[in-house]
Design a protein around this ligand. Structure first.
Ligand SMILES: [Zn+2]
Length: 78
């Protein structure tokens, strides 16, 4: 099952969400803000490898890596 990473735009909390039935989280589990952003970057999957598989996203350039300051995940080295 796919696990997606989200980041709260309000409190900056990073959290993972296990996508079931294609549904995403409605709000941040920490501050309950609805201003959350789905991390399209594949950096999180590369660094964690929790699922044992590598998930690549074609939209990696559209989102900055959450764990580094690089603008594109293709160059961040994570
Ligand atoms: Zn939050």
């Amino acid at each position: 099952m796919p696990i997606y990473e989200y980041k709260c735009q309000k409190c900056g909390n990073n959290f993972e969400y296990l996508a079931i039935g294609g549904k995403g989280p409605r709000n941040c589990p920490k501050c309950e803000s609805e201003q959350i952003k789905k991390m399209l970057s594949s950096c999180g999957f590369f660094t964690k490898g929790s699922g044992g598989e590598t998930i690549k996203s074609a939209a990696s350039a559209a989102s900055a890596c959450s764990s580094c300051s690089a603008a594109s995940c293709s160059t961040c080295g994570h």
